[in-house]
Design a protein around this ligand. Sequence first.
Ligand code: ZN
Length: 309
Amino acid sequence: MNWITNYVRPRINSIFSRREIPENLWVKCDDCGTMLFHREMSDNLNVCSNCGHHMNITPRERFEGLFDGGIFTEVEVPEPLNDPLHFRDQKKYPDRMRAAQKSTGEKEAMLVATGEIGRTPIVAAAQDFSFMAGSMGMYVGNAIIAAAEKAVELRRPLVLFSAAGGARMQEGILSLMQMPRTTVAVQMLKEANLPYIVILTHPTTGGVTASYAMLGDVQIAEPGALICFAGPRVIEQTIREKLPEGFQRAEYLLEHGMLDRVTDRRKMPKELVQIIRMLMHMPPPVSGDLPAPGPADITPVPPAPSEQK
Ligand SMILES: [Zn+2]
């Protein structure tokens, strides 16, 4: 080691990584390859305006699009033990965590918030696939428990958006323990007679699919989402057979009775409002509960009979 590797190189790297890359302004659709302007993309909730392909969206962006006026209050999540196993693969676990925190700007892989959609109060939790593949560790377990407790306290439904590569291997068995913990949290909601709605987003896999992501009263998925316990490649290698087209995708699972609905992200808030109001025995949404209608939606009021003379 010398001063070039220890001092000069990190300086050079930090100067270059700080620079805005103009390519960031354009995003290529993973499915159809259309180049999309990033502003247009975020206005469209990261759905391709050409083919309707649903790309990843961070919990914060999702909540901004979901809640009325983009306003929500974050729910505090208790901090778990830091690196209890002193785990190390190619990198130390705390180093991986710091890198993920730096690249996403978030503390961990789940965001919990309270707010209103269509003037319907809810508690929402969303998993962040860009944070260490949304993996379920102790923090995610704590977040789901905090969300369920908040929902019971405020007597609101819990809406959960799942996205995960499974359990967080750096926390070993402690991450697997989150499966029963979160199952108990869901049970708390059921005992309090509160709806628990799961929206499965691409991809939801592994231990997450084997626990809280499959326990919803209503199971909704985003179009094209991969939802499975073991992935298609593992299954193909094990059974040595070609799997059917669209296997483990949202539409396939809807056809085979694993899901209740597949809903476009852009139509999700409206649909959630209807479902929640029905389950919470609230009056159906009236026009005052929803954003103001456009001029084309307003039908002129017929004149009163006395005026017709
Ligand atoms: Zn596309």
